[in-house]
Design a protein around this ligand. Structure first.
Ligand SMILES: C[S@@+](CC[C@H](N)C(=O)[O-])C[C@H]1O[C@@H](n2cnc3c(N)ncnc32)[C@H](O)[C@@H]1O
Length: 262
């Protein structure tokens, strides 16, 4: 059992939670988790959210779009008698789902399950919800991964204007009749579900996207560019500690710290 796939996966997730705690203690204002608010997006069964609640966060909110995951997370929090945590059954892409601002936002294993059409807006909403630090664990595509997973190249074009221009810059832009710049992001399409799969089949795949057939896997360069465009000021790729020893895995399953306030 201990060398089984799911046991190893659970150990990796525990390690990832410990890394996220360490990064939060090192990187966030005051270098502490105590008293902080935390948002865990795509929280699954709530393991990471619970680790932050136990580490002294003032309040932790976990969001997941699978009812079963949320029920399990609530059960675990009840058994542990945690009063500083809540779990919400919600689609993270839904308008208004990422309400409020949190000191720490965890995006562990969620960004690479978002479809191209929603990807940049989701990232902007993550940035808006982050007061201090966002921690991402995400698949990042490169040519080798493209051929391994038969990923199809795709380009997203985001037509809205950049979010952080000041009113003065926008006014000058209008006076000079400048059109808002379109942002383009190159990446790959990863197939999550087959078209013919029913919603029950889709929801039974606990770690997959909720309903979208494909998700968007950005390249490293594109992901960093998109994070900058969303208003993160400091973006760090974590090499160590990491769950994977091989550089190959550290390049395609990245841990990224993105800070708002530096
Ligand atoms: C790979 S798992 C990651 C779980 C956990 N964060 C971790 O690191 O172990 C992806 C999680 O995101 C959830 N998810 C996928 N798409 C979602 C969406 N659009 N809205 C909310 N949750 C979503 C899934 O139900 C699943 O629990």
């Amino acid at each position: 059992m201990r060398d089984g796939k799911w046991f190893k996966k659970a150990q990796g997730l525990l390690q990832l939670g410990e890394i996220a705690l360490k990064l939060s203690r090192t990187m966030t204002a005051g270098q502490t988790i105590a008293g902080k608010t935390v948002l865990d997006l795509g929280c699954g069964e709530g393991g990471h959210a619970i680790m932050f609640a136990q580490a002294g966060a003032r309040h932790v909110v976990g969001i997941d779009g699978r009812r079963l995951a949320v029920d399990r997370a609530r059960f675990a929090a009840n058994v542990l008698e945690l009063s500083n945590i809540e779990f919400m059954h919600e689609d993270v892409r839904a308008p208004g789902a990422l309400n409020g601002r949190f000191d720490i936002v965890l995006c562990s294993g969620i960004l690479h399950h978002i479809e191209p059409e929603a990807w940049f807006l989701f990232l902007k909403n993550v940035a808006r919800a982050t007061a201090d630090t966002a921690i991402f664990y995400t698949h990042v595509a490169d040519e080798q991964l493209q051929s391994e997973h038969k990923l199809k190249p795709v380009q997203l074009v985001e037509k809205s204007s950049p979010p952080r221009s000041s009113w003065l810059a926008r006014l000058f832009g209008r006076l000079l009749l400048r059109k808002p710049q379109a942002a383009a992001f190159d990446g790959y399409l990863y197939r999550e579900h087959r078209e013919e799969e029913s919603s029950d089949e889709r929801s039974s795949k606990m770690r997959a996207s909720l309903d979208n057939d494909h998700s968007f896997w950005a390249t490293e360069e594109v992901l960093i560019d998109a994070l900058k465009k969303c208003g993160f000021e400091l973006i760090l790729k974590v090499q160590s500690p990491h769950m994977f020893r091989a550089q190959r895995f550290r390049n395609t399953r990245q841990i990224i710290v993105a800070r708002k306030a530096c």
